[in-house]
Design a binder for this molecule. Sequence first.
Ligand code: C5P
Length: 302
Amino acid sequence: MAQSARASAKINLFLHVGDKRPDGFHPLQSLAVFAELGDALTAEAADDLSLSLAGPFAAALSGDDNLVLRAARALAAKAGRAPTAKLTLTKNLPVASGIGGGSADAAAALRALSALWSLDLDEADLHDVAAGLGSDIPVCLASLPRWMEGRGELLSPIASLPHLPLLLVNPGIAVPTAGVFAALETRSDVAWKLPPDRFRDMADLLRLLDSTKNDLEAPARRLAPVIGEVLTALAALPGALFTRMSGSGATCFALFPDDESCKRAAAILSAFKPGWWIAPTSVPEFGIVHEDIGQDIGPVGP
Ligand code: C5P
């Protein structure tokens, strides 16, 4: 039976990056969340391995060396079987845009193929396969809010997060992750003991976000100055509570108090910037958000 898996957009609500390690990767600390919006992947039984691309951003990808195919081959090798499947990827998210599209697609392939092939791999094995394919792929396996550390593969759960209406905007420029890391000049201390993990409402979250940043924003803006224009446009939208770039860019996000104001803001911006990718979406509520109303978690910060 065909298996389907959603590949949700990943948003780094903050991203602190430290000094380059001897292995060439940078240590980081981040709070990653996943939007309702995403790519879609299906896997069907077949005699060989193939990938068909569909959706608005299909043309930006090559089907030959797609991360999805590499994920299929790595999973099959781990399971000791042939990598046979007909994969279809509907690409709704812009490519190389800081919202983990390729990583989410690969994680979705690992999940869909584990089901299609009735594999009995445990979570640790799947995590190892994911980490071998890319730094952001482990967090995309569960696609739930997580603290990320190490080079991205060390994950800790958070207890609760409210529903987050958010607007994603990409100016149509692909920014290669490695180039942004290479252009990084100012780094953060990434020895922050993990901050409170229970966010009752938007105000709780905004307190954390106000004391954090995305270290990749400055180098990404040097490589693609239009990112500054996106952030200014987002901040000027009625109702926007907070704006920031995600991952290595160029996609930026704004948080809104409710879904209606987020959609209204998207309509306003679309009228001014018809060439930009402008996508209102939300992060679903996670955990028990309202359990301890009345108790203050206190100030947060590094
Ligand atoms: O792991 P992934 O293939 O997604 O990383 C792409 C590139 O981004 C790496 O080759 C590296 O240059 C950079 N990177 C890094 N530190 C990380 C994650 C990625 O320097 N923690």
